[in-house]
Ligand binder design. Structure first.
Ligand SMILES: CCCCCCC/C=C/C(=O)SCCNC(=O)CCNC(=O)[C@H](O)C(C)(C)COP(=O)(O)OP(=O)(O)OC[C@H]1O[C@@H](n2cnc3c(N)ncnc32)[C@H](O)[C@@H]1OP(=O)(O)O
Ligand code: NDP
Length: 291
C-alpha cells in the first residue's frame, strides 16, 4: 500500500546540514522518530536517556539506516551534573550544539488521591525539572559562546487545559509550556528561540503501556475522540519538529504547535456531541423548530 502523504518526509535533503541536535529520550518512541528524520536531513544527533543499552541499540540501527552521525550518552535529566556532562560530551564529539529537544518524559494514569508524594515527584522531576535542567545547561553554554540556538519542548495538548487522571504530567507539562513562552522573550536577545509541539495521540510503546493498559485498551479507541478519526503518524510529528528546529522557522518563537487532528477542541465545543445525531434526527429537529 502507498504511504499516505502525511506519513512522508517533508523537508528537502540537507535541510539540517551542519546542525548538532540533542534529543532527550531519543532512544525510543517519538524521540527516536525525530532523531531518525534529523539524521536523514543531515544533522548530527546526540540521544540521551537513563538506559544506555537501549540508546546504543537505537544508535547502531540508525547509523546503518541513515548513514548519519549519532552519539548515545547516558543521562538522567533530573540530575544537573549529568546534564552538564551531556553538554560537555556533545561539544567534545561535535564541537557545537544548535538545537535542544526536551522530549524525555514519564507518565501513567492514576486517580490523584492514590498517588504517593514520590509518584507525583517522579513525573514532575522528569518532565519539568528535566526540561529546565537541560534548558539551563545548554542555554548557559550558548550565551557564554555567543551562539544562537533553538529549544524545542515536547508538551501535550493538556498542558494548556489540564487533564484528570494524569495530574502530575499535566502540572509538569504546563510548567514546560510556561518555560517555553517565558524564555522565548527573555532569551530572544541572545538569538535563542523557544518553541513547543503539543501532540495528541501518537502510538508508542512507552505511552500506550502506561496510558492505555488493559482493560482500558480494549474499551477505549484513542482515535474515536479525534475529529479526523485517526491517530498521528511518527513521521508527521518528525516533519513538524524538523521544520521548527530548521532555519526555515527562524521567525517562529514562543509558539506551541498543536498536532492532534483537532482532538482537544472536540471536548471544548458546547454542541460538539451533536455529531451523534443522524440525518433523520436532524430532519425531525428542524421540523419541530420551524413549527
Ligand atoms: C494517549 C493519548 C495521548 C495523550 C497525551 C499524553 C501526553 C503525555 C504522554 C507521555 O508523557 S507518554 C511517556 C510515557 N513514557 C514513560 O513514562 C517512560 C518513562 N517512565 C518510567 O520510567 C516509569 O513509568 C516511571 C514510573 C515514570 C518512572 O520510573 P522509576 O523507576 O524512576 O520510578 P519508580 O521507582 O518505579 O516509581 C516512583 C514512584 O511512583 C510510583 N508509581 C509508579 N508507577 C505507578 C502507577 N502506575 N500508579 C501509581 N504509582 C506509581 C511508585 O510506586 C513510586 O512511588 P513510591 O512507591 O516510592 O511511593
Ligand atoms: N505518544 C503520545 O501519544 C504522546 C507523547 N507526548 C510526549 O512525547 C514525548 C515522547 O513520548 P513517547 O515517545 O510517547 O514515550 P517514550 O516512553 O518512548 O519516551 C520517553 C523517553 O523519556 C526517557 N526518560 C524517562 N525518564 C528519563 C530521565 N529521568 N532522564 C532521561 N530520559 C528519561 C525514556 O528513556 P529511559 O527510560 O531510558 O530513561 C524514554 O526514551 C514525551 O515528552 C511525551 O510526553 C505527548 C503527547 C502524546
Amino acid at each position: 500500500m502507498a504511504t499516505a502523504p502525511y506519513a512522508q518526509p517533508m523537508l528537502r535533503d540537507g535541510a539540517l546540514d551542519g546542525k548538532t541536535i540533542i534529543v532527550t529520550g531519543g532512544g525510543t518512541g517519538l524521540g527516536r522518530a525525530m532523531t531518525t528524520y534529523f539524521l536523514q536531513l543531515g544533522a548530527n544527533v546526540v540521544i540521551s536517556s537513563r538506559k544506555l543499552d537501549v540508546l546504543e541499540a537505537t544508535a547502531a540501527e540508525l547509523r546503518t539506516q541513515t548513514g548519519g552521525k549519532v552519539l548515545a550518552v547516558q543521562c538522567d535529566v533530573r540530575k544537573y551534573d549529568e546534564v552538564e556532562k551531556l553538554v560537555a560530551r556533545t561539544i567534545e564529539e561535535f564541537g557545537r550544539i544548535d538545537v535542544l529537544v526536551n522530549n524525555a518524559a514519564g507518565n501513567f494514569i492514576s486517580p490523584t488521591e492514590r498517588l504517593s508524594n514520590k509518584a507525583f515527584d517522579v513525573i514532575v522531576d522528569i518532565v519539568l525539572k528535566g526540561s529546565y535542567n537541560c534548558t539551563l545547561a545548554v542555554g548557559k553554554h550558548w550565551i557564554k559562546e555567543q551562539q544562537p540556538g533553538t529549544i524545542l519542548n515536547i508538551v501535550t495538548t493538556y498542558a494548556s487545559v489540564g487533564s484528570a487522571f494524569v495530574v502530575p504530567s499535566a502540572t509538569a507539562k504546563a510548567g514546560v509550556l510556561a518555560l517555553t513562552r517565558s524564555l522565548a522573550v527573555e532569551w530572544a536577545k541572545y538569538g535563542i528561540r523557544s518553541v513547543a509541539i503539543a501532540p495528541g495521540p501518537f502510538p508508542t510503546e512507552g505511552a500506550w503501556s502506561r496510558l492505555f493498559p488493559e482493560p482500558l485498551a480494549s474499551k477505549l479507541d484513542p482515535a474515536a475522540s479525534v475529529p479526523l478519526k485517526r491517530v498521528g503518524s511518527h513521521q508527521e510529528l518528525a516533519n513538524l519538529a524538523a521544520f521548527l528546529v530548521s532555519d526555515f522557522a527562524s521567525y517562529i518563537n514562543g509558539e506551541v504547535v498543536t498536532i492532534d487532528g483537532g482532538e482537544w477542541l472536540n471536548g471544548a465545543g458546547e454542541f460538539n456531541k451533536l455529531e451523534l445525531l443522524t440525518s433523520d434526527m436532524w430532519d425531525m429537529i428542524e421540523k419541530t423548530m420551524r413549527r
